[in-house]
Design a protein around this ligand. Structure first.
Ligand SMILES: Nc1ncnc2c1ncn2[C@@H]1O[C@H](COP(=O)(O)OP(=O)(O)OP(=O)(O)O)[C@@H](O)[C@H]1O
Ligand SMILES: [Mg+2]
Length: 256
C-alpha cells in the first residue's frame, strides 16, 4: 500500500472549533488551550506535537471526551457533543474511541486477557463473548501466547501491546495515543509505532500525541501546538515507516 497507509477520506470524524481550556489552581488561571480548531479525517494518522506544557494532553483529553472545554465545540462524527451529560459522553467514548497512554495504565496483578476484557465488562458484554473478543484482540497484537501473563510478567513493549489490544476490543473507529512510546526502549517503541501504522492501514483513524519529532513523522500529518495554540499544520514529506525501521534493525543485528 502506498506510504503504508489506508485511503484517507475527506470525511471529518473529529473536530474542535475554537476550543479553549482554562484550569484554575489555587486562584491562578492557566490557559492550557486557546481557540484551538482542528479537524481529523477518517482514516488519517495525525501527530499532535509540541513541547512539554504546550497543551497536548489537555487537547487529547478533550477530543477523547475525557474532559470538556471551557469554551468552544467538539464535534464527533458530525454530532456536537458539547452539551452531552457525563453518561452520554461515556457512551460516545466507548463506542468510538480507544486510548493508549504512556504509562500503559494496566492493572498489574491481572492477566493480559482480563485487562483487555475490562472495557467489555463496562460495556455489559457477556462472559463468553468477552473471552472470545479479548483473545482475538490479543492475537491481533501478536500476544496470543501471553493471555495468562500478569502485566508485571510482561516487557514494557508487550504491556503497551496489551494496552493497544484493550483500546481495540470495543472496535473503535479512532485510536488516541498519548506518548505511546515514552516509556519504551527504542526497539519496543518502533514496534508499537509499527502496530499503530498497521491499524491505520486497516482503516482506523490514529492520533498520536508526542514531543518527539521522529515519532511524529510516522504520521501523515503533524499539528504543532505551542502555548496552547495551533502553531502550524503540515503534511509529512518523509514519513517514517516503522516496518522498514524494524527490518533495518534486524539486518543490523544479523551483520553485527
Ligand atoms: N489539572 C490541571 N490543573 C491545572 N493546570 C493543569 C492541569 N492539567 C494541565 N495543566 C496545565 O496546563 C498546561 C498544559 O498541560 P498539558 O498536560 O496539556 O501539557 P502537555 O503538552 O501534555 O505536556 P507534556 O509533554 O509534559 O505531557 C500546563 O501548563 C499544565 O501545567
Ligand atoms: Mg502530556
Amino acid at each position: 500500500m502506498a506510504e503504508g497507509g489506508a485511503e484517507t477520506s475527506s470525511r471529518v470524524v473529529l473536530e474542535t472549533r475554537d476550543v479553549s481550556k482554562q484550569y484554575r489552581l489555587e486562584g491562578v488561571e492557566v490557559n492550557a488551550l486557546q481557540a484551538v480548531s482542528i479537524a481529523i479525517r477518517a482514516g488519517e494518522m495525525v501527530s499532535i506535537m509540541g513541547p512539554s506544557g504546550s497543551g497536548k494532553s489537555t487537547l487529547m483529553h478533550i477530543i477523547g471526551l475525557l474532559d470538556q472545554p471551557t469554551s468552544g465545540k467538539v464535534i464527533l462524527e458530525g454530532d456536537d457533543i458539547s452539551s452531552l451529560s457525563p453518561n452520554e459522553l461515556a457512551e460516545q467514548r466507548n463506542k468510538h474511541i480507544g486510548f493508549v497512554f504512556q504509562s500503559f495504565n494496566l492493572l498489574s496483578r491481572t492477566s493480559a486477557q482480563a485487562n483487555v476484557e475490562l472495557p467489555l465488562v463496562y460495556a455489559g458484554v457477556s462472559g463468553a463473548e468477552r473471552v472470545r473478543r479479548a483473545k482475538e484482540a490479543l492475537e491481533h497484537v501478536g500476544l496470543g501466547n501471553r493471555l495468562g501473563h500478569f502485566s508485571s510478567q510482561l516487557s514494557g513493549g508487550q504491556q503497551q501491546r496489551v494496552a493497544i489490544a484493550r483500546a481495540l476490543v470495543n472496535d473503535p473507529s479512532i485510536v488516541l495515543a498519548d506518548e505511546p512510546t515514552g516509556n519504551l526502549d527504542s526497539r519496543s517503541g518502533i514496534e508499537v509505532m509499527a502496530m499503530l501504522q498497521e491499524l491505520n492501514a486497516q482503516g482506523i483513524t490514529v492520533v498520536i500525541v508526542t514531543h518527539d519529532d521522529r515519532i511524529a513523522r510516522h504520521a501523515q500529518r503533524v499539528i504543532r501546538v505551542f502555548d496552547g495554540r495551533v502553531k502550524a499544520e503540515e503534511i509529512v514529506r518523509d514519513r517514517v515507516l516503522a516496518a522498514q525501521e524494524l527490518a533495518a534493525l534486524s539486518a543490523e543485528e544479523v551483520t553485527g
